[in-house]
Design a protein around this ligand. Structure first.
Ligand code: OAD
Length: 261
Protein backbone atom coordinates (compact mmCIF):
# COMPACT_ATOMS: atom_id res chain seq x y z
CA UNK A 1 0.00 0.00 0.00
CA UNK A 2 1.56 3.37 -0.95
CA UNK A 3 2.01 6.12 1.64
CA UNK A 4 -0.93 8.48 1.69
CA UNK A 5 -1.37 11.73 3.64
CA UNK A 6 -3.37 11.79 6.85
CA UNK A 7 -7.09 12.27 6.80
CA UNK A 8 -6.58 15.72 8.29
CA UNK A 9 -4.25 16.75 5.45
CA UNK A 10 -6.82 15.62 2.88
CA UNK A 11 -9.58 17.52 4.74
CA UNK A 12 -7.45 20.66 4.73
CA UNK A 13 -7.09 20.61 0.95
CA UNK A 14 -10.79 19.82 0.49
CA UNK A 15 -11.65 22.78 2.75
CA UNK A 16 -9.96 25.18 0.34
CA UNK A 17 -11.80 23.82 -2.69
CA UNK A 18 -15.00 25.74 -2.00
CA UNK A 19 -17.74 26.08 -4.63
CA UNK A 20 -16.71 29.52 -5.85
CA UNK A 21 -12.96 28.99 -5.70
CA UNK A 22 -10.92 29.93 -8.77
CA UNK A 23 -8.84 26.79 -9.22
CA UNK A 24 -5.65 26.39 -11.26
CA UNK A 25 -3.80 23.09 -11.53
CA UNK A 26 -0.32 22.54 -12.97
CA UNK A 27 0.44 18.94 -13.92
CA UNK A 28 3.52 17.00 -14.98
CA UNK A 29 4.42 13.48 -16.02
CA UNK A 30 3.53 12.04 -12.58
CA UNK A 31 -0.22 12.35 -13.26
CA UNK A 32 0.13 10.01 -16.22
CA UNK A 33 2.43 7.52 -14.47
CA UNK A 34 -0.46 5.34 -13.28
CA UNK A 35 -1.66 5.16 -16.90
CA UNK A 36 1.69 3.63 -17.89
CA UNK A 37 3.26 6.70 -19.51
CA UNK A 38 6.95 6.90 -18.48
CA UNK A 39 8.07 9.99 -16.54
CA UNK A 40 11.26 11.87 -17.46
CA UNK A 41 13.29 11.89 -14.26
CA UNK A 42 13.81 9.30 -11.54
CA UNK A 43 15.04 5.71 -11.69
CA UNK A 44 12.68 4.57 -14.46
CA UNK A 45 12.60 7.95 -16.20
CA UNK A 46 13.17 8.54 -19.91
CA UNK A 47 16.18 10.77 -19.21
CA UNK A 48 17.94 7.81 -17.55
CA UNK A 49 18.22 6.12 -20.93
CA UNK A 50 18.54 9.17 -23.20
CA UNK A 51 20.10 12.58 -22.94
CA UNK A 52 17.55 15.37 -23.58
CA UNK A 53 19.95 17.15 -25.92
CA UNK A 54 20.15 14.03 -28.14
CA UNK A 55 16.41 13.79 -28.62
CA UNK A 56 14.51 16.88 -27.51
CA UNK A 57 16.23 19.88 -29.10
CA UNK A 58 16.03 21.48 -32.57
CA UNK A 59 19.76 20.74 -32.96
CA UNK A 60 19.17 17.03 -32.33
CA UNK A 61 16.43 17.00 -34.97
CA UNK A 62 18.59 18.82 -37.51
CA UNK A 63 21.41 16.32 -36.82
CA UNK A 64 19.42 13.10 -36.89
CA UNK A 65 15.68 13.42 -37.68
CA UNK A 66 15.31 9.64 -38.02
CA UNK A 67 16.60 8.99 -34.48
CA UNK A 68 14.37 11.71 -33.00
CA UNK A 69 11.32 10.45 -34.88
CA UNK A 70 11.99 6.81 -33.89
CA UNK A 71 11.87 7.94 -30.27
CA UNK A 72 8.67 9.97 -30.74
CA UNK A 73 7.06 7.16 -32.74
CA UNK A 74 7.86 4.75 -29.89
CA UNK A 75 6.35 7.18 -27.35
CA UNK A 76 3.25 7.72 -29.51
CA UNK A 77 2.69 3.97 -29.71
CA UNK A 78 3.14 3.61 -25.98
CA UNK A 79 0.77 6.50 -25.15
CA UNK A 80 -1.83 5.29 -27.66
CA UNK A 81 -2.13 2.11 -25.58
CA UNK A 82 -2.70 4.10 -22.33
CA UNK A 83 -5.96 5.30 -20.81
CA UNK A 84 -6.63 8.25 -18.49
CA UNK A 85 -6.38 7.25 -14.81
CA UNK A 86 -8.26 8.43 -11.71
CA UNK A 87 -6.13 11.60 -11.43
CA UNK A 88 -7.13 12.69 -14.96
CA UNK A 89 -10.76 11.78 -14.22
CA UNK A 90 -10.98 13.80 -11.00
CA UNK A 91 -9.39 16.84 -12.65
CA UNK A 92 -11.83 16.50 -15.58
CA UNK A 93 -14.72 16.46 -13.07
CA UNK A 94 -13.33 19.56 -11.35
CA UNK A 95 -13.12 21.34 -14.70
CA UNK A 96 -16.94 20.95 -14.81
CA UNK A 97 -17.49 21.63 -11.13
CA UNK A 98 -15.60 24.96 -10.93
CA UNK A 99 -16.68 27.86 -13.11
CA UNK A 100 -13.17 29.30 -13.05
CA UNK A 101 -10.87 26.33 -13.61
CA UNK A 102 -7.63 26.15 -15.60
CA UNK A 103 -5.50 23.10 -16.14
CA UNK A 104 -1.93 23.89 -17.17
CA UNK A 105 -0.04 20.81 -18.26
CA UNK A 106 3.54 20.11 -19.27
CA UNK A 107 2.39 16.74 -20.61
CA UNK A 108 2.18 16.15 -24.33
CA UNK A 109 0.24 12.86 -24.06
CA UNK A 110 -3.29 14.29 -24.44
CA UNK A 111 -4.69 12.23 -21.54
CA UNK A 112 -6.28 15.26 -19.81
CA UNK A 113 -8.20 16.02 -22.99
CA UNK A 114 -9.17 12.35 -23.42
CA UNK A 115 -10.57 12.40 -19.87
CA UNK A 116 -12.79 15.33 -20.95
CA UNK A 117 -11.02 18.20 -19.13
CA UNK A 118 -12.07 21.71 -20.15
CA UNK A 119 -9.75 24.68 -20.41
CA UNK A 120 -6.44 22.83 -20.81
CA UNK A 121 -3.33 24.90 -21.54
CA UNK A 122 -0.59 22.73 -23.03
CA UNK A 123 2.72 24.42 -22.23
CA UNK A 124 4.86 21.90 -24.12
CA UNK A 125 2.58 21.20 -27.11
CA UNK A 126 1.17 17.85 -28.13
CA UNK A 127 2.75 14.61 -29.29
CA UNK A 128 -0.37 14.18 -31.48
CA UNK A 129 0.40 17.29 -33.51
CA UNK A 130 3.09 17.81 -36.14
CA UNK A 131 4.46 20.77 -38.09
CA UNK A 132 6.48 21.38 -41.23
CA UNK A 133 10.14 21.73 -40.14
CA UNK A 134 10.73 24.52 -42.67
CA UNK A 135 7.31 26.11 -41.95
CA UNK A 136 6.52 26.03 -45.67
CA UNK A 137 3.83 28.39 -46.93
CA UNK A 138 1.59 25.53 -48.12
CA UNK A 139 1.10 23.83 -44.74
CA UNK A 140 -0.72 24.99 -41.61
CA UNK A 141 1.35 26.08 -38.61
CA UNK A 142 0.57 22.74 -36.95
CA UNK A 143 -1.85 19.89 -37.57
CA UNK A 144 -3.09 16.72 -35.89
CA UNK A 145 -1.69 13.35 -36.86
CA UNK A 146 -2.57 10.35 -34.71
CA UNK A 147 -1.14 7.64 -36.98
CA UNK A 148 0.64 4.93 -34.98
CA UNK A 149 3.05 3.59 -35.91
CA UNK A 150 4.13 6.09 -38.55
CA UNK A 151 4.38 4.35 -41.94
CA UNK A 152 7.52 6.31 -42.94
CA UNK A 153 10.22 7.66 -40.63
CA UNK A 154 11.02 10.51 -40.79
CA UNK A 155 7.62 11.62 -42.15
CA UNK A 156 7.56 14.21 -44.95
CA UNK A 157 5.46 17.30 -45.58
CA UNK A 158 2.85 16.70 -48.31
CA UNK A 159 3.26 20.31 -49.48
CA UNK A 160 7.01 20.87 -49.74
CA UNK A 161 8.30 17.28 -49.27
CA UNK A 162 10.56 18.60 -46.52
CA UNK A 163 10.68 17.08 -43.04
CA UNK A 164 7.81 17.11 -40.56
CA UNK A 165 8.62 17.63 -36.88
CA UNK A 166 6.74 16.67 -33.69
CA UNK A 167 4.43 19.46 -32.45
CA UNK A 168 6.11 19.67 -29.06
CA UNK A 169 8.23 22.36 -27.44
CA UNK A 170 11.84 21.26 -27.26
CA UNK A 171 14.58 22.47 -24.91
CA UNK A 172 15.85 25.81 -26.17
CA UNK A 173 12.51 26.68 -27.82
CA UNK A 174 10.09 29.32 -26.61
CA UNK A 175 6.67 28.47 -25.28
CA UNK A 176 3.94 29.96 -27.46
CA UNK A 177 3.58 33.52 -26.09
CA UNK A 178 -0.25 33.38 -26.06
CA UNK A 179 -0.22 30.14 -24.02
CA UNK A 180 2.40 31.47 -21.60
CA UNK A 181 0.38 34.64 -21.08
CA UNK A 182 -2.75 32.62 -20.27
CA UNK A 183 -0.76 30.41 -17.86
CA UNK A 184 0.50 33.50 -16.06
CA UNK A 185 -3.02 34.96 -15.92
CA UNK A 186 -4.26 31.69 -14.42
CA UNK A 187 -1.91 32.12 -11.42
CA UNK A 188 -4.43 34.78 -10.33
CA UNK A 189 -6.54 32.20 -8.51
CA UNK A 190 -7.68 31.10 -5.04
CA UNK A 191 -6.22 27.60 -5.12
CA UNK A 192 -3.10 26.60 -7.10
CA UNK A 193 -2.15 22.92 -7.16
CA UNK A 194 1.11 21.56 -8.54
CA UNK A 195 0.73 17.84 -9.22
CA UNK A 196 3.17 15.15 -10.37
CA UNK A 197 5.89 17.48 -11.59
CA UNK A 198 9.52 17.57 -10.49
CA UNK A 199 9.22 21.39 -10.68
CA UNK A 200 12.64 21.88 -12.24
CA UNK A 201 11.73 23.02 -15.77
CA UNK A 202 10.94 26.70 -16.24
CA UNK A 203 8.75 28.58 -16.87
CA UNK A 204 6.26 25.96 -15.60
CA UNK A 205 8.15 25.62 -12.32
CA UNK A 206 7.95 29.37 -11.64
CA UNK A 207 4.14 29.48 -11.77
CA UNK A 208 3.69 28.31 -8.19
CA UNK A 209 5.74 31.27 -6.95
CA UNK A 210 3.61 33.65 -9.03
CA UNK A 211 0.44 32.13 -7.58
CA UNK A 212 1.82 32.56 -4.06
CA UNK A 213 2.69 36.20 -4.70
CA UNK A 214 -0.87 36.74 -5.89
CA UNK A 215 -2.24 35.36 -2.63
CA UNK A 216 -3.37 31.89 -3.72
CA UNK A 217 -3.46 28.94 -1.37
CA UNK A 218 -0.92 26.54 -2.88
CA UNK A 219 -0.50 22.80 -2.49
CA UNK A 220 1.68 20.12 -4.04
CA UNK A 221 0.81 16.49 -4.65
CA UNK A 222 3.84 14.34 -5.43
CA UNK A 223 5.43 11.03 -4.46
CA UNK A 224 8.54 12.88 -3.31
CA UNK A 225 9.86 16.29 -2.29
CA UNK A 226 10.64 18.79 -5.08
CA UNK A 227 11.90 22.39 -5.14
CA UNK A 228 8.22 23.44 -4.93
CA UNK A 229 7.69 21.57 -1.64
CA UNK A 230 9.30 24.26 0.50
CA UNK A 231 7.33 27.02 -1.23
CA UNK A 232 3.79 25.68 -1.07
CA UNK A 233 1.41 26.09 1.85
CA UNK A 234 0.82 22.38 1.96
CA UNK A 235 2.80 19.46 0.48
CA UNK A 236 0.97 16.13 0.22
CA UNK A 237 3.15 13.07 -0.35
CA UNK A 238 1.65 10.18 -2.28
CA UNK A 239 0.23 9.07 -5.62
CA UNK A 240 -1.87 11.74 -7.36
CA UNK A 241 -4.48 9.21 -8.47
CA UNK A 242 -5.14 8.17 -4.86
CA UNK A 243 -4.94 11.61 -3.22
CA UNK A 244 -7.15 13.31 -5.82
CA UNK A 245 -9.74 10.54 -5.55
CA UNK A 246 -9.76 10.89 -1.74
CA UNK A 247 -10.10 14.70 -1.87
CA UNK A 248 -12.85 14.42 -4.47
CA UNK A 249 -14.70 11.96 -2.29
CA UNK A 250 -14.58 14.49 0.56
CA UNK A 251 -15.93 17.22 -1.70
CA UNK A 252 -18.85 14.95 -2.62
CA UNK A 253 -19.57 14.26 1.05
CA UNK A 254 -19.44 17.94 1.99
CA UNK A 255 -21.76 18.73 -0.90
CA UNK A 256 -24.22 16.00 0.11
CA UNK A 257 -24.28 17.19 3.72
CA UNK A 258 -25.66 20.59 2.67
CA UNK A 259 -22.30 22.37 2.86
CA UNK A 260 -21.60 25.40 0.73
CA UNK A 261 -19.66 23.47 -1.95
P1 OAD B 1 9.45 14.55 -14.30
O1 OAD B 1 9.70 13.19 -14.81
O2 OAD B 1 10.59 15.48 -14.19
O3 OAD B 1 8.80 14.48 -12.85
C1 OAD B 1 7.72 13.63 -12.58
C2 OAD B 1 7.34 13.85 -11.14
O4 OAD B 1 6.18 13.09 -10.88
C3 OAD B 1 8.39 13.43 -10.12
O5 OAD B 1 8.57 14.50 -9.19
C4 OAD B 1 7.77 12.21 -9.43
O6 OAD B 1 8.10 12.14 -8.05
C5 OAD B 1 6.30 12.48 -9.61
N1 OAD B 1 5.43 11.29 -9.67
C6 OAD B 1 5.65 10.10 -10.29
N2 OAD B 1 4.57 9.31 -10.18
C7 OAD B 1 3.64 10.00 -9.47
C8 OAD B 1 2.32 9.72 -9.02
N3 OAD B 1 1.71 8.55 -9.28
N4 OAD B 1 1.68 10.67 -8.29
C9 OAD B 1 2.29 11.86 -8.00
N5 OAD B 1 3.53 12.17 -8.40
C10 OAD B 1 4.19 11.26 -9.12
O7 OAD B 1 8.27 15.18 -15.21
P2 OAD B 1 7.86 16.71 -15.39
O8 OAD B 1 7.98 17.47 -14.13
O9 OAD B 1 6.55 16.69 -16.08
O10 OAD B 1 9.91 18.71 -21.07
O11 OAD B 1 8.96 17.20 -16.40
C11 OAD B 1 8.90 18.52 -16.88
C12 OAD B 1 9.43 18.58 -18.28
O12 OAD B 1 10.74 18.02 -18.32
C13 OAD B 1 8.65 17.73 -19.29
O13 OAD B 1 7.52 18.38 -19.79
C14 OAD B 1 9.67 17.47 -20.35
C15 OAD B 1 10.84 17.10 -19.44
O14 OAD B 1 12.08 17.19 -19.97
C16 OAD B 1 10.29 18.69 -22.35
O15 OAD B 1 10.43 17.67 -23.00
C17 OAD B 1 10.51 20.06 -22.91
Amino acid sequence: MPNVPSSRALDLLADHLTANARVTVLTGAGVSAASGVPTFRGEEGLWKQHRPEQLATPEAFARDPRLVWEWYDWRRQRIAACRPNKAHEVLAAWSERYTDFTLITQNVDGLHERAGTHNVLRMHGSIWEVACWTRCAGSPLRWRDETVPLPVIPPRCSHCDGLIRPGVVWFGEAIEPGILMRCREATRCDVFLTIGTSAVVNPAASLVQEALERGAYTAEINLEATPASSLVDHALRGPAEIILAAVNERLGRLCGSGGSR
